[in-house]
Design a protein around this ligand. Structure first.
Ligand code: DX5
Ligand code: ZN
Length: 231
């Protein structure tokens, strides 16, 4: 079974004083996407940044700007994030009562639509939306912070989503708690995009980015081994 695996470092774990240089460093070190965690201090108990920061980052990202909106409400901000240059905008199923309309609005703004599911939200929540999404993001942790332990009950959800998706061109992204230990489990269950913050940025810096590349390669290799074992 060959599924292409993408590594998307989360800049939440990077140097906030050097975001542009950090994006350039992880891309130079071999990442596939750049995962941008937007938090509003309301939907999640943490606050990061908004559309102006994404616009400032866009010239420093040559690959995919994967914008994860941990905000509520979502709809008033979709156009601003699309105008800022987001390639993918992911909204949480739990962020409001009209997620179907939100996903339509994301696609209407010209971006790919992602649906994020918190650990307490079942895979079945994606079923009515399966033709309105380009990606499903399975949270491996409760959203808001990096460096948390992976919640292993999410592996069954990944497998259930893999079955639900069938041969549709929909990515399964796992976000939170992805490490050398959990990456193979997620890949074997059916994940195709692995978001990793602390596991990618640990040991490196903009001045010394080589550990970023070593970490990305190690995660990719571990995931590939997990996928091969599941074949
Ligand atoms: C959590 C974010 C994740 C997080 C990943 O709310 O959505 O992207 O930054 O960080 P690690 O990989 O350290 O768990
Ligand atoms: Zn995220």
């Amino acid at each position: 079974m060959t599924r292409s695996l993408k590594i998307a470092p989360s800049i939440l774990a990077s140097d906030f004083a050097a975001f542009g240089a950090e994006c350039e460093a992880i891309e130079a070190q071999g990442c596939d996407w750049v995962h941008v965690d937007v938090m509003d201090g309301h939907f999640v108990p943490n606050l990061t940044f908004g559309p102006p920061m994404c616009a400032a980052l866009r010239p420093h990202i040559k690959t995919v700007m994967d914008v994860h909106l941990m905000i509520a409400p979502v709809d008033p901000y979709i156009d601003a994030f699309a105008d800022a240059g987001a390639d993918i905008i992911t909204a949480h199923a739990e962020a409001g009562p009209h997620i179907h309309r939100t996903l339509q609005a994301i696609r209407g703004a010209g971006c790919k639509a992602g649906l994020a599911l918190n650990p307490g939200t079942p895979a079945e929540a994606a079923a009515p939306l399966i033709d309105d999404v380009d990606m499903i993001c399975v949270m491996g942790v409760n959203p808001g912070f990096g460096g948390q332990k992976f919640i292993h009950s999410q592996l069954d959800k990944i497998a259930a989503l893999r079955a639900l998706i069938g041969d549709r061109p929909i990515e399964i992204e796992v976000d939170g708690g992805v490490t050398l230990e959990t990456a193979p489990l997620c890949a074997a269950a059916g994940a195709t995009v692995l978001v990793a913050g602390s596991a990618v940025f640990k040991g490196g810096s903009v001045q010394d980015p080589a550990p970023y590349g070593a970490n990305i390669r190690a995660i990719r290799d571990a995931a590939a081994r997990g996928l091969a074992r599941a074949a």
